[in-house]
Write a protein that binds this ligand. Structure first.
Ligand SMILES: Cc1cc2nc3c(=O)[nH]c(=O)nc-3n(C[C@H](O)[C@H](O)[C@H](O)COP(=O)(O)O)c2cc1C
Length: 315
């Protein structure tokens, strides 16, 4: 059965630089969700969000912008904003688990408030023609919350509902709850997309087998840990290309150069790349040792030498 792979957004990681390089060197992703736009009380878009969505920075990618909000005015403002760049769809984030967001009734903290969701969707569908899709967890406190929200969502012509099969209060701990995801399938009329812990071809196959009617899958952390993964899933192989590490090095160098040019000073680029290596290192033979080597590299020269050394030990 044919299926679609989507890149699940990671704020701070999957911006246009990462997306373009991922597509160029590895492929396999059909559609990329952009990390969310969050307004800070003002109807004004930060320039970093704008850069991420500009058509000239996404020429070969299919990208869906995302918003996190609990306010119809903000939603409408962002909808209009992204439409000017030609985007037809806006994804609504009801998944973020962090207290700074959920305490304000946003992200997964909004799932338990079907009335508010209803009011916002009502206004959005009356006042704009943007296509709305959702990305959500199954609740904040428990996985029943979504079951009260799904009937509200049925009232609107949403494109899709991507569900990360966890609840907010878990953060990223514990496993995904596949029984609860099945309950969502049993209660939903909209098209559901699966999200959560796809980190290998095997894992993908297990999920696909368990939910044979799902044909859209989001990959988040697994894509950063192993950018080859979507293409390997698409071609149904566990074999890496022969030039695996050369490709990885070219990909790494490309994003490094771009972030280095965009960020000023040695500390921000170090922190940026260290963030990536937290994930990259998982695909190396010795993840802890790999990560430690990068962490210990205190300047760009040492960093580049550490990367070379790490890659040489893999070849
Ligand atoms: C650092 C980080 C940043 C994230 N940023 C976003 C975001 O901007 N929007 C969103 O919908 N999800 C965000 N997520 C959630 C992921 O997209 C994804 O739903 C989650 O990690 C589960 O999928 P996975 O197991 O494939 O990673 C973020 C997750 C992490 C770890």
């Amino acid at each position: 059965m044919s299926f679609t792979l989507l890149s699940s957004p990671l704020q701070g990681f999957t911006d246009f630089r990462f997306r373009n390089a991922q597509q160029k060197y590895f492929g396999g992703i059909d559609t990329y969700y952009a990390p969310y736009i969050r307004l800070n009380g003002k109807l004004k878009i930060k320039s970093s969000y704008e850069r991420d969505l500009l058509p000239e920075n996404n020429t070969t990618l299919e990208v869906i912008p995302q918003v996190i909000t609990n306010d119809a005015e903000e939603f409408l403002f962002v909808a209009k904003y992204v439409q000017q760049f030609g985007y037809k769809e806006l994804n609504w984030n009801l998944g973020c688990p962090y207290p700074m967001v959920t305490n304000r009734g946003m992200g997964s903290g909004l799932i338990c408030d079907p009335n508010k969701i209803d009011n916002i969707l009502h206004r959005v569908h009356n006042e704009t023609d943007i296509l709305v899709s959702m990305k959500m967890r199954m609740g904040y406190a428990n996985s029943e919350e979504i079951l009260h929200t799904l009937p509200i969502l049925d009232k609107y012509p949403l494109k899709s509902i991507a569900i990360h099969a966890r609840i907010g209060k878990q953060l990223y701990k514990g496993g995904v709850d596949l029984d609860a995801f099945q309950r969502c399938i049993d209660h939903a009329q909209h098209t559901l997309y699966y999200n959560g812990d796809i980190t290998s071809l095997d894992q993908f196959k297990t999920i696909q087998k368990r939910f044979p009617n799902i044909n859209h899958f989001l990959i988040g952390r697994g894509l950063i840990a192993d950018p080859f993964l979507p293409n390997m899933i698409k071609t149904n192989t566990t074999e890496y290309p022969e030039n695996r590490w050369t490709l990885f090095e070219a990909f790494h160098d490309e994003i490094y150069e771009q972030y280095d040019a965009a960020l000023s000073g040695p500390t921000p680029i170090k922190m940026k790349m260290l963030g990536f290596w937290e994930y990259f290192s998982r695909s190396f033979s010795n993840p802890q040792k790999t990560y430690k080597k990068i962490k210990k590299a205190t300047n760009p020269i040492k960093y580049k030498a550490a990367v070379k050394e790490i890659l040489n030990t893999e070849i």
